[in-house]
Write a protein that binds this ligand. Sequence first.
Ligand SMILES: Nc1ncnc2c1ncn2[C@@H]1O[C@H](COP(=O)(O)OP(=O)(O)OP(=O)(O)O)[C@@H](O)[C@H]1O
Ligand SMILES: O=P(O)(O)OC[C@H]1O[C@H](OP(=O)(O)OP(=O)(O)O)[C@H](O)[C@@H]1O
Ligand SMILES: [Mg+2]
Length: 281
Amino acid sequence: MLRVAIPNKGALAEKASEMLAEAGYRRRPGPKDLTVLDTVNEVEFFFLRPKDIAVYVGSGRLDMGITGRDLALDSEAPVKERLGLGFGGSTFRYAAPEGREWTVADLAGKRIATSYPRLVRGDLLRHGVEAEVIRLEGAVEISVQLDVADAVADVVESGVTLRQHGLVAFGAPICVSEAVLLEGLDTEDSPARTQLAARLQGVVIAQQYLMLDYNCPAALLPEAIRIAPGLESPTVSTLAEQDWNAVRVMVPRKQANEVMDRLAVLGAKAILASDIRFCRL
Ligand SMILES: Nc1ncnc2c1ncn2[C@@H]1O[C@H](COP(=O)(O)OP(=O)(O)OP(=O)(O)O)[C@@H](O)[C@H]1O
Ligand SMILES: O=P(O)(O)OC[C@H]1O[C@H](OP(=O)(O)OP(=O)(O)O)[C@H](O)[C@@H]1O
Ligand SMILES: [Mg+2]
């Protein structure tokens, strides 16, 4: 039985559970259940605090886990990323009161509030900066106006919370994060482990790509394929109308409109984009 940790609450919990349900795994029956046994797929899920998940996986007591890359780094647990899951995206950044140009070197001798103390200490060490790291549980951005800290290091998603508290981010991001599927450093693949990773990858790709269908004069096909080359090679079939082809190709969701515009300008017709629900590549 594969033992897998899932966030029980917080920013990643709902999407992690939804992604596993899309991948065909059993849902948690109630919001307070701490374990779910999926006997069909030979997986037992443990619903844990996202901050603790890398610790459990690193200890070898659990085989895999879903949590944030930034949380896993801060845990310093011996784990590695098997797969990026494409949600829970954020950056982890220094920020300080607006009105002057800050650099990381300016943090020397300052008090820095954060919920990710090990991540911050490691980064300060790399920069050769000595500063006091103050560990807070949350609402870190308020610590500067309450004079508990001079600067913060925190998760930035939209940047709204920083702006609301008169702070500006500076320096390169300490971490560019997303939700990840983790496993221990020395792990052997089992059918259940390979299946979980492959199914989740199928959902990630299905969410990141669209299926594009279009009709195209045969003479324009090479140029059309240059515009949308697909993951491996587009499927090309012949239409009843002479010298026309029907083409089917996967395109990244973010580029879909631009690709459709370019195909239309080229002379393609009946360009249709549709969702992909699941896939195995
Ligand atoms: N807007 C956001 N706020 C907080 N965390 C976010 C956000 N967007 C993405 N994340 C990611 O979610 C993870 C934090 O999860 P966590 O459950 O600790 O969040 P939380 O909502 O702050 O929960 P709690 O406040 O109960 O600790 C990190 O990996 C972080 O990068
Ligand atoms: O850039 P933004 O979109 O504003 O998001 C980032 C903010 O959201 C999170 O706080 P959360 O609501 O989780 O509260 P917490 O600080 O108590 O964890 C995070 O810790 C930042 O404060
Ligand atoms: Mg939080």
